[in-house]
Write a protein that binds this ligand. Structure first.
Ligand code: ADP
Ligand code: MG
Length: 392
């Protein structure tokens, strides 16, 4: 983390010759459970991870915004007044700036559209959140930028409002049709807690996970199969959910309960039914997980994680062989529970394990990947961590 802060400051100074006014950071997230429920107005239970994206920011006096990132060869610079010509990005089109720059510039644009603006800014971005791994480096870059501009432009927006700004940037400037979960987790994360979020009301409540007290750990297995949100499968799944809700005569799948599934089976084609069944049962699993965490602690949620993975693999069909291998190998090596996390089609899996089993589970997963001739996965542990903040 300290390295990322120094690197952001150094990048700022290298590209402007000045010191930044401040450093703001926001974390990536892991979703404990509740996948593809956010855009169905449902429930999710993510937590912020220790990996963060840092924005070093300072003012300019020419009304322009320039963004630099260690991930990009060259900075991107536009007049703040020109942002309205660049965004929104028409559905299906690529942004008119390099895609990475559409995240921070999109945040500035979304703030202006919400009536907030100010002087020009230089922004230098560094990150240790793995990109495209399903750990939401996108929400992290949005959260860091939104927090910085909120302070520098004295906007006074609260964390939920800033999460909405990030989502607007991602949906309308980048053109990725994602829900609000990632941004809420990154903005509202708390040490040792997952965020139980009702995506309809945006009511959020921290739920202690107590992994450390229970002698457990959460392992992330990044398959290094890159997913791409803006494309294909994700859009298709959203369309199936909308079709299911329309056919069942409800505003969203949030309004369908497990008891309604028999009727849904009669009204829907097989594929749409299975998509609906995933969302409906997943919402219930989130509620069950919250109840179990409160009643028994983390040790009790293993079966819910496993059921969630099976539902994503068989009903929602968003897993890939690498994710199934990670989950199966972790469980075979004694994990209490495991599931793919994030939007699917690649990215990462998580495993809830006994803390002293880290080496054994890691080795088992690596061996299974090697036997299947998959690329070596990144495997590391995470603890629920703090949300967006000003660091300096
Ligand atoms: P995920 O959120 O799972 O990591 P996404 O596809 O949603 O994957 O977002 C990844 C994209 O976000 C990257 O391809 C890049 O465009 C942008 N991004 C994330 N972090 C940074 C960063 N530090 N610098 C520049 N762009 C970034
Ligand atoms: Mg993302």
């Amino acid at each position: 983390m300290t390295t990322t802060l120094h690197a952001a400051s150094a990048l700022f100074t290298a590209s402007t010759g000045a010191e930044p006014t401040g450093l703001w950071s926001a974390p990536g997230r892991v979703n404990l459970i509740g996948e593809h429920t956010d855009y169905n107005d449902g429930f999710v239970l993510p937590f912020a991870i220790p990996h963060r994206t840092v924005a070093a920011v300072g003012p300019r006096d020419d009304g322009r915004i320039r963004v630099a990132s260690t991930f990009a060869d060259a900075p991107v610079e536009v007049a703040l007044d020109e942002l309205d010509d660049l965004f929104p990005t028409p559905t299906g089109d690529a942004p008119r700036v390099p895609e990475w720059a559409a995240y921070p510039l999109g945040v500035a644009w979304a703030l202006r559209r919400a009536g907030v603006t100010g002087h020009g800014v230089d922004i230098a971005i560094t990150s240790d959140v793995p990109v495209g791994a399903g750990l939401s480096s996108s929400a992290a870059i949005e959260g860091a930028t939104a927090s910085a501009l909120n302070d520098l432009w004295a906007a006074g927006l609260d964390r939920t409002a800033l999460a909405r700004i990030g989502r607007t940037a991602e949906n309308e400037a980048v053109g990725a049709p994602t829900g609000i979960m990632d941004q809420m987790a990154s903005m509202l994360g708390e040490p040792d807690a997952a965020i139980f979020l009702d995506c309809r009301s945006l009511e959020a409540e921290p739920v202690p996970v107590g992994v450390v007290e229970a002698g457990l750990a959460i392992l992330v297995i990044d398959t290094r199969v890159a997913h791409a949100h803006s494309t294909g499968g994700y859009r298709e799944r959203r369309a199936s959910c909308e079709l299911g809700a329309r056919t069942l005569g409800v505003a969203s799948l949030r309004d369908v309960s497990v008891d309604d599934l028999d009727r849904a089976r009669e009204l829907l084609d097989d594929v749409t039914f299975r998509r609906v069944r995933h969302v409906v049962t997943e919402n219930q699993r989130v509620l069950d997980t919250v109840r179990t965490l409160r009643a028994q602690g983390a040790r009790g949620i293993g079966d819910l994680l496993v059921a969630s993975h099976a539902s994503m693999r068989d009903d929602f069909e968003i897993s890939v062989p690498e994710l199934d291998t990670a989950v199966d190998a972790a469980l075979a090596a004694g994990a209490i529970g495991a599931r793919m996390t994030g939007g699917g089609f690649g990215g990462a899996a998580i495993a809830l394990i006994e803390r002293d089993a880290e080496a054994a589970v890691t080795d088992a997963v690596r061996a299974a990947f090697s036997a299947s001739v998959f690329a070596d996965p990144e495997v590391f542990t995470v603890t629920p961590s703090a949300g967006a903040r000003r660091d300096a």
